[in-house]
Design a protein around this ligand. Structure first.
Ligand code: ADE
Length: 245
């Protein structure tokens, strides 16, 4: 069974590439995919690229061209839940698109013709990722809080406190209070739903989606998020391997 590991950022993928055995690079859909093994588990590594459409193309290619049978996503996000702080990690249960609005034809946030606002992660895979997140952070001896819940995606880098507050309030009023905001997860979740492929995602909180988000983001990505992602994926793949044995 091939597991796809989708990273949002090149910095996050770098550590995985260094661990990849029998590495083979393949170009497809204008993207690079890396096939190989991590701790004996067959994997394909890819960068999601930024935004919902780019991430959907990457996810579709992973499934159609590389036969990925489960997808795991690592990346960073802005924390918008009240107690979600920089340095915390959110493992997703579900995704909503905060910029989906086909009203009055369909209710706000509903994905037209799917009759739903949210796409869920695979419960078992999300639990495995949650366990790997706790174990990986434990290895790094970091006291980060791990949250498990709803993430909102949209084609916008949220970088103003008032915008983050309004986005959180509008979603909450509709019954979709999110912990974090990012730009790809809901698209990958929808593609995986379409193909019936299990999906799980974790996001390290790089900023609070406020007026300092653009300053916090690049610094955090290079200094912290890539270390988190490597430790967590390493742990996750080891666990997958054990459960196969
Ligand atoms: N990813 C990381 N921080 C983000 C933010 N503030 N908005 C959207 N995506 C993000």
């Amino acid at each position: 069974m091939t597991t796809a590991i989708l990273s949002a950022l090149a910095e996050e993928q770098q550590g995985l590439l260094e661990l990849l055995q029998h590495a083979q690079r393949v170009r497809r859909a204008g993207r690079e995919f890396w096939l190989g093994e991590l701790h004996g588990t067959p994997v394909v590594l890819a960068l999601s690229r930024i935004g919902k459409v780019a991430a959907a193309t990457t996810a579709t290619t992973l499934i159609e061209a590389f036969g990925a049978q489960r997808l795991v996503f690592t990346g960073v996000a802005g924390g918008i839940g009240a107690d979600v702080q920089v340095g915390d990690v959110v493992v997703a249960t579900e995704f909503v698109q905060h910029d989906m609005d086909a009203s009055p034809l369909f209710p706000r946030y509903q994905i037209p013709l799917y009759d739903r606002e949210r796409f869920a992660c695979d419960a078992a895979l999300a639990q495995a990722l949650l366990g790997a997140t706790r174990a990986g952070l434990g290895q790094l001896e970091l006291p980060a809080t791990v949250h498990h819940g709803l993430i909102a995606s949209g084609d916008r880098f949220v970088s103003a406190a008032e915008e983050a507050r309004a986005l959180h309030a509008a979603l909450s009023d509709a019954g979709h209070a999110p912990l974090a905001v990012e730009m790809e997860g809901a698209a990958v979740a929808q593609v995986c739903h379409d193909y019936g492929v299990p999906f799980a995602a974790m996001r390290t909180i790089s900023d609070r989606a406020d007026d300092t988000a653009h300053v916090d983001f690049p610094k955090f990505v290079t200094e912290v998020a890539s270390r988190y992602a490597l430790a967590i994926v390493d742990e996750f793949v080891r666990e997958l391997n054990k459960s196969r044995a």
